[in-house]
Design a protein around this ligand. Structure first.
Ligand code: HSE
Length: 438
């Protein structure tokens, strides 16, 4: 069989990694596929900058049509990221009968159903292993090795930038903004780091995971999304005192026929395996009814791990093409007619334990005021600490309360009432706690 001819759209950091991997590991790839995988064209608006890899200048083009209109190109790798023009390019490539490999979680989270439907109509595949967890082979595992299971939950630490920042805040007491700068220099952060630190990138990945685990196309706006920009050194310190570590956690759970879909800073027990995922590493923990809990971890960002996942997808597609298979599997791993709509639980109805950190005046009745308001909303206190003062004065003290499980809506209402009290000096911070990670 002839070599598999591939077109690459987007010659940035990850694109250059793919080019280098295809060059450096050409022999091992050939030994696993039976043919070569050849990059026929590379399209980018900038075809003059040095990407640190040697390519024949004749491959480079500024026109994506050179890829779409080349009948020999059977697979298009989309690596420009973002919603547009990525969506237009992917749909056009599908229309031209080309298989797609993409790392674009933003595109799939918002427009996945349209793209998958177009691919199904045309009988081509859409592969996107690199979109979640960089080099970690979790999506293929869900679609293939674990396909026999009903899943009940998926938890993920899926943003290397945030995990790197939280790790350094925890280990060194470093400040948020200083660490973000380093993460950007190391090439982990998205071009716009607000997507990383505000939790949007993690929510994109959660949308992809939920659709694969539960066979549903979740509406992205239904995912409750909070980032780490409000996490302070004090939160990190108190969490540790109570035996927890703060992680930006993606949570997808099936509870009573509804999905909990949320991304927010979360305190997890220090002895849980996810608490040991440090720096740029990502981890995804899934629970299936027969397999039980399974955890995947590895490098979730960066040029080489992401290129590894992209070329892995290319190899899978090439193997299918070699034996003459058309579309081997629907994009989500479910039969198209089996995709269902599952309602998403409103955040107000979610139950969790909380760490509440009040900044209050140190004077008689303060604790009573706070505890009374919590009690009125049915929120029960599990334990508390207060920073000590030698004498009562006007300097605010930190009162940190751990609650028993409470309804989110009640917590929100109680805190907005407590924050009106004149003994409270700052908006109260609260962090959700997740103890059962199965
Ligand atoms: N910006 C992402 C991260 C990289 O920090 O994990 C890949 O999605």
């Amino acid at each position: 069989m002839n070599d598999i001819q591939v077109g690459l759209i987007g010659f940035g950091n990850i694109g250059a990694g793919v080019v280098r991997l295809l060059q450096d590991n050409a022999d091992v790839i050939r030994s696993k596929v039976g043919t070569g995988i050849v990059l026929k064209r590379i399209a980018d608006l900038d075809i003059t900058s040095d990407r640190g890899v040697v390519v024949d200048p004749g491959l480079l083009t500024t026109s994506v049509d050179d890829i779409f209109n080349d009948p020999e190109i059977s697979v298009v790798i989309e690596l420009i990221g973002g919603y547009e023009p990525a969506k237009t390019f992917v749909l056009k490539a599908i229309e031209k009968g080309k298989h797609i490999v993409t790392a674009n979680k933003a595109l799939l989270a918002l427009h996945g159903s349209e793209i998958y439907a177009a691919a199904v109509r045309k009988g081509v595949e859409v592969q996107f292993e690199a979109s979640v967890g960089g080099g970690i082979p979790v999506l293929t595992a869900i679609k293939s090795n674990l396909a026999a299971n009903y899943f009940s939950s998926v938890f993920g630490i899926m943003n290397g930038t945030c995990n790197y920042i939280l790790t350094r805040m925890t280990q060194e007491g470093a400040a948020f903004s200083d660490v973000l700068k380093v993460a950007q220099e190391l090439g982990y952060a998205e071009p716009d780091p607000t997507f990383d630190v505000e939790g949007v990138d993690t929510a994109h990945k959660l949308a992809v995971l939920i659709s694969l685990c539960f066979g549903t196309n979740i509406d992205f706006s239904d995912i409750h999304t909070e980032g780490i920009t409000n996490i302070s050194g004090m939160d990190v310190k108190y969490a540790a005192e109570f035996g927890y570590r703060i992680k930006l956690l993606a949570i997808g759970k099936l509870v009573d026929g509804k999905i909990e879909a949320r991304v927010h800073p979360t305190m997890i027990p220090l002895d849980s395996p996810l608490a040991d995922i440090h720096g740029v590493f990502n981890a995804i923990r899934l629970t299936g009814d027969f397999v039980g809990p399974v955890m995947f971890s590895g490098r979730g960002a960066g040029q080489n791990p992401t290129a590894s996942a992209i070329v892995g997808d290319l190899i899978g597609l090439s193997r299918s093409m070699r034996v003459g298979a058309g579309r081997r599997m629907s994009p989500l791993g479910f039969m198209d007619e089996a995709i269902v709509t599952i309602p998403v639980k409103p955040m107000a109805d979610v139950f969790s334990k909380y760490m509440l950190r009040f900044s209050a005046l140190d004077k008689p009745g303060v604790l009573g005021g706070i505890a009374g308001a919590l009690g009125l909303y049915g929120i029960s206190i599990e334990s508390m600490v207060q920073t000590s003062h030698d004498v009562a004065d006007s300097t605010p003290v930190a009162i940190v309360i751990m609650t028993h499980e409470a309804r989110e809506g009640s917590i929100q209402e109680a805190l907005s009432e407590i924050d009106q009290l004149d003994i409270i000096c700052e908006k109260t911070s609260f962090i959700r706690i997740e103890e059962n990670l199965e």
